[in-house]
Write a new protein. Structure first.
Length: 138
C-alpha cells in the first residue's frame, strides 16, 4: 500500500528565516525602556482615573469592602481583614500600600469626601501616624 500523505513540514524553514538584529547602545536602550516603563506606571497606578477620581488601589479597596458586605448598617471589621482580602484577591503588592491608602480614605483632612468610615486611631493632621491595622476597624 502506498501512502498519499505529504511529509510533515517543519514549523519554519531555517533557510528562509532571516535574523534581524539591531545593535543599540545599552545606555540608549535602558533610557528608552525605563522611560516607557515609568510612563506606564504613572498612567496605570499613580494618576487618578478621570471617570471617578480614584486610583486603582482605592477602587480595589472599595470593591472588596462591598464584596465583604461592609455597609454602613453592618458592624465594623478589623482593617487587617480588609487589607488581607484586598491583597489576596485583587492587589498582590504588599499590605503597607493597601493600609496606607485605606487610612487616607478614612481621614477627613486627606480627602474631600471620606470614602471609608474608620473606627480607631487613623492618625491626625499633625503628622501623627495611624495605629497598626490590627487596632483599627472600618
Amino acid at each position: 500500500m502506498v501512502s498519499h500523505r505529504r511529509p510533515a513540514k517543519p514549523a519554519y524553514d531555517p533557510h528562509t528565516v532571516k535574523e534581524h538584529i539591531v545593535e543599540t547602545p545599552l545606555n540608549e536602550e535602558m533610557s528608552k525602556s525605563f522611560l516607557e516603563y515609568a510612563y506606564s506606571v504613572i498612567y496605570a497606578r499613580a494618576l487618578p482615573d478621570a471617570r471617578d477620581g480614584l486610583k486603582p488601589v482605592q477602587r480595589r479597596i472599595i470593591y472588596q469592602m462591598g464584596q465583604m458586605n461592609l455597609n454602613p448598617d453592618r458592624p465594623y471589621m478589623k482593617s487587617a481583614r480588609v487589607v488581607g482580602e484586598v491583597m489576596g484577591k485583587l492587589h498582590p503588592h504588599g499590605d503597607s500600600a493597601i493600609y496606607d491608602t485605606l487610612v487616607r480614605m478614612a481621614q477627613s483632612w486627606s480627602m474631600r469626601y471620606m470614602l471609608v468610615d474608620g473606627q480607631g486611631n487613623f492618625g491626625s493632621p499633625g503628622d501623627d501616624p495611624a495605629a497598626a491595622m490590627r487596632y483599627t476597624e472600618c
